[in-house]
Design a protein around this ligand. Structure first.
Ligand SMILES: [Zn+2]
Ligand SMILES: [Zn+2]
Ligand SMILES: [Zn+2]
Length: 476
């Protein structure tokens, strides 16, 4: 590991710093997991070896639990599954994902020793477990997991002390990294990446982490001077500093003292009022609109979960009509409304509405997020597609280019999503040229294209994006 060194970060414990100057998009390190498992709920839909979603998976003939794309994946996953397979058969049921993950970690370390590769900077033992910080309720579940683990763990495997087992559970409880599918759109499992556990949090970080072809990559978001601490954001920046601090305290057990929290940077934009000709609405007006928005968001979420998309549109548009004149265009509740509406409207094939809302979303995000934030890039991509669908090729191409520039930094050129964007960029560029030459020909071609493949890029609206915003997997 030539790019980084472990050091004592003031007030944060151990941290990682860079030992050389870095630039936007640099891969500081990439790391394979020590172990990873598919979520309980997706065990039959995601390959247990490559974590891809497949319609038809083959079941392990022995335990009937593990599922694979094909023989190749099964063979590739056998070293990790071998002992698990026997243990599940003997246990007679399927232990939950936490237990499966800890067991896989233990088997691996028993076999290969506490350092499994010369890239690994820390042992499991050295990582923090935060057991002392746990609340009663969390502690109860924790004890049940350990109890079940002891029943599951085979007699003929190496036996460990309760302290060692508890420590492993504690580590994955706060440091289990959410593993996404190959496109990074859906959370499908949880894994442990020891080096990543050393990277501390900052609400305005200088790095980002992305899963690419089975390994995580720590990537630089901009220029970083030699010797500076490397940081990632554990929670989404689209929360007020107070809320971020609360989340960090309850989920990761520390008080954030980053610059943005100390100075409440951009908090005024996130729940603020709209200024029109130098006049701002009163505090009461803003509060009233904010509370109303919050109420409607809860109602909307319910309808969305029920798949009642026309109701979602009704709730959102009603709310927007009332609150848009009062609330700032960076208000985080309005942004959520616009984001959902653009998704749902695209699904219902109202492309012009979808593109209008998507544009407002991207404009708001741009004022709030770091210019190289991955969520901003993904939003710009969605807005680009919406505009392209609506036949607004100039804005569409611009959005796709914006997204591409961001994802080249956050995801890198080999990531499947960046490759999608590259193709989209070429397509929209070609169409834009055609549009400038002959608008009429362009529009008739667009119509034909949409008729041929009307449903392409129109996924059913979901809360996927929200899911991936949780970097580390937390129990519900
Ligand atoms: Zn596979
Ligand atoms: Zn099996
Ligand atoms: Zn902070």
């Amino acid at each position: 590991m030539e790019n980084v060194a472990i050091f004592d970060s003031p007030g944060k414990g151990r941290g990682l710093k860079t030992t050389k100057e870095l630039w936007a998009g640099d891969v500081i390190f990439s790391e394979a997991s020590l172990a990873a498992v598919v979520f309980d709920s997706l065990a039959e839909r995601i390959c247990h070896s490559c974590f891809r979603r497949q319609d038809k998976l083959q079941r392990c003939g022995q335990c009937k639990f593990a599922h694979y794309c094909d023989r190749t994946c099964q063979r590739a996953g056998w070293a990790e599954h071998k002992q698990e397979c026997g243990a599940i058969k003997a246990y007679g049921k399927i232990p939950n994902e936490n237990i499966r993950l800890v067991a896989r970690i233990m088997w691996r370390l028993d076999k290969e020793g506490s350092i499994v590769s010369d890239m690994q900077l820390t042992t499991l033992e050295e990582l923090e477990d935060h057991i002392a910080d746990m609340q009663d309720e969390e502690m109860q579940e924790f004890k049940v997991d350990i109890h079940n683990f002891l029943d599951y763990w085979p007699r003929n495997s190496k036996q460990h002390t309760i302290d060692d087992i508890s420590h492993a559970f504690g580590v994955i409880m706060c440091n289990g990294f959410t593993v996404s599918d190959q496109r990074g759109l859906q959370a499908v499992g949880v894994g442990l990446f020891p080096n990543l556990c050393l990277v501390n949090h900052d609400c305005w970080p200088n790095c980002t982490v992305i899963l690419n072809h089975g390994k995580i990559e720590l990537r630089s978001l901009g220029k970083i001077e030699e010797g500076q601490e490397l940081t990632i954001a554990y929670v989404d920046y689209l929360n007020k500093s107070e809320e971020r601090q609360r989340l960090l305290k309850t989920q990761y057990f520390f008080d954030c003292t980053c610059e943005h929290c100390k100075n409440h940077t951009k908090d005024d934009l996130k729940l603020g009022g709209k200024e029109v000709d130098g006049v701002k609405p009163s505090e009461e007006q803003v509060k009233e609109a904010t509370d109303y928005c919050f109420e409607m968001l809860e109602k909307m979420d319910k309808s969305r979960l029920n798949g009642d998309y026309h109701e979602v549109v009704k709730i959102c548009e009603g709310c927007i009509e009332k609150t848009e004149p009062v609330l700032a265009d960076t208000h985080i509740y309005l942004l959520r409304m616009w984001s959902t509406l653009s998704e749902v409207k695209a699904y219902l094939q109202f492309f012009e509405d979808a593109s209008d809302y998507a544009r407002k979303m991207v404009e708001g995000y741009t004022k709030l997020y770091h210019p190289n934030n991955a969520a901003l890039g993904m939003a710009a991509m969605r807005a680009g597609v919406n505009h392209w669908q609506a036949g607004q090729i100039e804005i569409g191409h611009g959005m796709v280019c914006k997204a591409y520039a961001i994802l080249m930094v956050t995801h890198g050129p080999t990531h499947p999503i960046t490759k999608d964007l590259e193709a989209m960029r070429m397509q929209t560029e070609m169409e834009l040229r055609m549009f400038k030459q002959n608008e009429y020909v362009y529009h008739s071609m667009r119509e034909a294209a949409l008729k041929n493949k009307p449903m392409s890029m129109m996924h059913e609206p979901s809360s996927m994006e929200e899911g991936i915003k949780n970097l580390f997997h937390r129990r519900k």
